[in-house]
Design a protein around this ligand. Sequence first.
Ligand code: SF4
Length: 333
Amino acid sequence: MNRDYSPIMPAPRPGKPPAAVAATAGTAALARQTPAGQLIRPASQERRGNWTAPQTNAKDRVAAFNQAEEADTLAELEHRSASEVLAWAVERFGSRLGLCSSFQAEGCVLIDLAVRLDPSIRVFTIDTGRLMAESYELIERMRERYRVEIESFAPDTEALERMVSRHGPNLFYRDVELRLLCCQVRKVLPLRRALGNFSAWATGLRREQWATRAQVRKAAIDHQHGGIVKLAPLADWSETQVWEYIAAHNVPYNPLYDRGFKSIGCAPCTRPVAPTDHPRQGRWWWENNAAKECGMHHCATRTAALDDDLATLPRSDRPQPPAAHRAGTEARR
Ligand code: SF4
């Protein structure tokens, strides 16, 4: 397996931690390094396979990351490279860091970068049940190439059965509200459950992907998910940089990119685009005037109709609407 450091982050000298790690040494015990520069976590941070470990609630996790004292660190990370951001997160959060990948080009780059820093990095994905066959094949290739366990989160069975029974399997084509409901059940709620296992998560978001992502920060507090830390190490990367990295490091990627796809999600909601089209135009292409977002990274607009549908979901898995919307709903009652 290729463990060379990328040009983005020079190989650290033996015995000396990467700059970002050294700069934050006060916040956690320093990891040791092998001569090749790989980090070895202190025993306290070893992976414990803590799927079954006791879960902290959101309040505890906010306390674990001291926003008051560490806000400067998050701001500083804005000026750091992707590898430096990941190195800081690996050191700061250990096995409480989760790398979320949907196995698009960015997610594959992120895994390649992260495994160089920590071969035991925790990677997770949301399996909506409607992914492309090629995406599942890519997951197999990534598992083999990087020797990582890819933790998979699926939709709640009861919620899925109710939704499909009530609205049919292809509800998303009929109305934006129904599409958002499907994304909520198949993506957003499983993500929320997954994030209960982590104090920080990293994503492959880039600012130039879509207007809704233009303000993405490399490191920020994720208020949508209980105040854990959300990282977007590739936030300032261009599409060209992503593909240059993939070529330079022989990173596996989805073959659908070679067939005209530029952004790859669920099979029924993704199609190839023309070379001059924006990559996100192939997602939910039948919708007009709707944000091309599923709600995992963006507060989707909700209406009373969607709330009614969500009310049929199991109570424990029901999402909390944003405060502003909640106030509007209550006023209508
Ligand atoms: S992308 Fe399509 S199939 Fe996938 S969760 Fe959203 S609406 Fe459902």
